[in-house]
Every structure is written in C-alpha cells, then in structure tokens.
Design a protein around this ligand. Structure first.
Ligand SMILES: Cc1ncc(COP(=O)(O)O)c(C=O)c1O
Length: 465
C-alpha cells in the first residue's frame, strides 16, 4: 500500500457538494482520513500547494485545516508540516482489494483528461468579464449557427499560426466539442451519400459509436508505427477519420508519404479526410507537425478542441470545412443545437490576448517534465515494459511483456486505488490473442502529487507478474 498524500482528485469530486467550497474541502479531507486514504502521521500538502491545485484561496484551505485540527483529524506543530492525527483507526484494506465503488481514486492515469488543476482560472475570468462587457446584446441571442464571429476570427489566426491550418473564418463551425462536431459531420456526410467511413484501429471507442449512430458503416483502418495505412482503406470508404499529429491511442505521427497518399486518394476519388487534431499543440523535442489540412484544404476537414489545451468541461470544438461541406454540416448541426455563446466569447478573448498561447507554453513544459518522470520510472522499475508514442500528447502506450494481461494490471492498479487505460477497448474487434498494452495518460494527477503518483504506478508495474 502506498504511503503519502493521496491526491486531490477525490477532493475535486467532493468539492462539488453543497455548503460552499471550504465545507466541501473539509468533507473530502474527513472522508479521506476516515476511509484510510490518508494514513495517521501522513503529511498533507501545504495550504499554498493545495489552494493552487484546487483553485481555492489559500485562506480557505487554511480555515479548513484549522477546523480539522479542532476536530482532531489533523495535527499541527510550529514549524512542522500539518499531518493526519495519530490514533484514528482507518479500516484495514487488503492490498489487492478493489476500491469500493463510491471511493474516489487516488490517482487516475487513464488518457483523455488534461491537468484541470492548472486551468487558467484568473485569465479565463478576465477574458469572460471583458467579453461580456463588450459583447452586443444581440450576441446573447445566439443566432449564427457557425458560432460567434469573434471566436471564428480569433481561431482562424491561431490555427494558421500554430498549426498551419488555412482557415477562413466563414468556413469555421464552432461546436460543443469534437464529439458533437463529429456527429454533425458524419450526419452531413451520410446525407451527401457517403455510406462507409474508415476509422483508425485502434481509435477512441465512443467516436466509432458516434459515427455509427448517424447510419454510417464504420470500417477498420489498420495502423502501424507510421500511422494509418492508406493502402488498407477500403475502396468503399467515402471518408476517413485520422489523427495525423499523434495517432490515438498508439501515438505514431502520420509519415509524410502517407500524408501524401491520403491526399492523393482524396483528390482522385473525392474521399473526405477528417483530421482530428486533438492534442496537436503538445509536441516535445521536435518542431510541431503541421496540420494535414494545410496540404489540401479542399479535401480535409480540420477538427480541433479546447478539451486538451484548457478543459474538457468547456465543451468547445471547431471544424474548418471545405466550402462544399459548409452548408451540409450547418444543416446537420441544427439537430444538435447551438453552441454556448459566453464561453465562445471568452475563448475568443483568451486567444486574442495571447493568454492561451502562454497557457499552452506553460503546460507543454509541465507535461514534458511529467512524461520524462514517467519514462524514468518505467525504465527503473519495469524495464521489460516499453513505452511508445512518447513524442507528443498527454499519454503514452506501454507494451506489456508476454504473459502479462491488460486486465490483470488494471485489477492490480485498482487494488491500490489507481486507474490506467488499456488498449483493448480502443480496438474495433478485440480478440484474446491481441498484443497487450496500457494507455497511460499522465496529465490528470494533480501537480503537487505527481511524483508520488508515478511512484505508485511504478510499484504496480514492477509487481506485474
Ligand atoms: C482522440 C480524441 N479526439 C478528440 C478528443 C476531444 O473530444 P471532445 O472535444 O469532444 O472533448 C479527444 C479527447 O479526449 C480525443 O482523445
């Protein structure tokens, strides 16, 4: 069983309860101590670190700590860190037991979530205040199904500058995240006569479900170390969804000759290429790989999202469309409804002011450090497990050695209140003989506890049979 501070992920969850944020924090800490996730004698984070991670005022955390000292849960002594009081009896726990269903995880290494503790709250509030002060009343009526012109103009500049996208604001459609954008796009493609869409195998499972729900047949497209294989795309596919910058989940970058082959196919046969650029801003070491869309803007639908750069809860994503798909997508999008206006205005201001660039630069450094710490721990503790897809993004794939099953690692991790992703569910047709691998997202654990989280994961992997 791991020692030490058990992370604020659980606190994030419980803070949502009633009675204010200080009360929520007190509840979360009491539950963590009573439940044994915080052990007697264990050090709790400094008020400053916890306040930073949770986006609370330092005084709020200090008041919550003082209350728990008064109740006997915590103890303080001058000049020493605050610790969990001794003498409280947490329930014993078997090392291999599953966490109780309502027990928050200590650390979550599943892919998909960025470090939301680093959400630029102050910059967002400034952007929102300014956007609201300046927005005309009519902005609040919604109205333009493509989204707010302020955001479309800001995105056109940002995407051109950072990702090499050729974006005309009039051909940008803002949606409630990529998921909604993909739905509207597939809907439009089906209405335009497409019957089959190719999707990488493996890929994000719920995206296959979104495509299938619009009536499209989903065909598996094989992926290797150079990304998706153009020769493997079935002749019947009228469209194909790709993750060229960082294949999800395997992590390859689409090789230049394959980019050219997909573009050639689009030009020759009218195949629509959909570029899901979900984490294109996060590339370490080398120059960022420019968007495929820049090569063939008449054939590529570029899709971006704020889910990795800012937070998935914002629900903001965008499509940059070839002219011929604009009206069909707008028509299809009516089924899905308009996109929230105030968040669009705030994001436009965040881009315009340069605050988004600053945030992305800061997070790139942070994620790079996290990735390096993870790779070092893997090399030290589990040298038989190879990590790949490490050049970009917020996750790596860890190949498991022969005889080690994904499910066994998940169960072991759960016994220590950790969650990790696995490849199986991302495969179109998982089979018992598939190579086994983990998909380790390293962005979600809170910053102050990251070192400890990686050690805990290292312990799980080192003990894998
Ligand atoms: C492969 C991939 N595409 C797109 C997205 C973004 O989806 P959304 O904008 O709906 O949050 C994610 C987020 O997890 C992703 O992993």
């Amino acid at each position: 069983v791991q020692e030490g501070w058990s992370g604020s992920l659980d606190l994030h969850v419980e803070l949502a309860g009633g009675g204010g944020r200080r009360a929520g924090l007190e509840r979360a800490l009491r539950a963590a101590i009573r439940g044994g996730r915080l052990q007697p004698g264990e050090r709790v984070p400094s008020t400053r670190a916890l306040a930073h991670d949770l986006g609370l005022a330092r005084g709020t955390v200090a008041e919550a700590y003082a209350q728990l000292v008064a109740e006997g849960y915590l103890r303080t002594s001058p000049g020493a860190p605050t610790r969990v009081a001794a003498g409280l009896e947490p329930p014993p726990r078997r090392a291999d037991a599953d966490p109780a269903p309502d027990e928050p995880l200590r650390f979550d290494f599943r892919p998909g979530v960025p470090d939301v503790g680093a959400f630029p709250r102050a910059a967002w509030m400034r952007a929102l205040r300014r956007a609201l002060a300046e927005a005309p009343d009519r902005a609040l009526t919604g109205g333009d199904p493509r989204g707010r012109p302020e955001l479309r103009a800001a995105l056109a500049g940002y995407l051109g500058r950072t990702r090499g996208v050729l974006a005309d604001p009039d051909r940008i459609v803002v949606c409630a995240g990529y998921t909604q954008a993909l739905g509207a796009l597939c809907h439009a493609l089906r209405d335009a006569g497409v019957r089959t869409v190719g999707m990488e195998d493996p890929c994000l499972h719920h995206q296959r479900a979104v495509a299938a729900s619009t009536g499209l047949r989903v065909a598996a497209l094989a992926v290797d170390g150079d990304g998706a294989q153009p020769d493997a795309l079935p002749a019947a596919a009228g469209a194909v969804v790709l993750t060229p910058a960082h294949q999800f989940p395997l992590g390859a970058t689409l090789a230049p000759e394959r980019r050219a082959a997909f573009v050639a196919r689009a030009r020759d046969r009218g195949t629509v290429l959909v570029e899901d650029d979900y984490d294109g801003e996060f590339r370490y070491g080398r120059q960022p790989v420019g968007a495929l869309q820049g090569l063939a803007p008449d054939h590529v639908v570029y899709a971006g999202t704020a889910s990795k750069t800012l937070a998935p809860g914002l629900r903001l994503g965008w499509l940059v469309l070839p002219e011929r798909l604009l009206e069909p997508v707008l028509a299809a999008k009516r089924v899905y409804g308009d996109t929230q206006v105030l968040e669009q205005l705030a994001l436009a201001e965040l881009v315009r002011s340069g605050a988004l660039d600053r945030h992305v630069r800061r997070m790139r450094q942070r994620y790079r450090r996290r990735r390096d710490a993870l790779l070092t721990t893997l090399a030290d503790r589990a040298p038989a497990m190879r990590a790949r897809g490490i050049a970009a993004g917020l996750h790596v794939v860890v190949d498991l050695p022969d005889g080690v099953r994904e499910d066994d690692v998940v169960a072991r991790a759960a016994g220590r209140s950790l969650a990790v992703g696995i490849l199986g569910p991302f495969r179109h047709a998982p089979a018992p003989g598939d190579p086994q691998g983990l998909v380790v997202g390293y962005a979600a654990p809170p910053e102050h506890a990251y070192a400890q989280a990686v050690v805990a994961l290292g312990d799980v992997l080192a003990s894998a049979p």
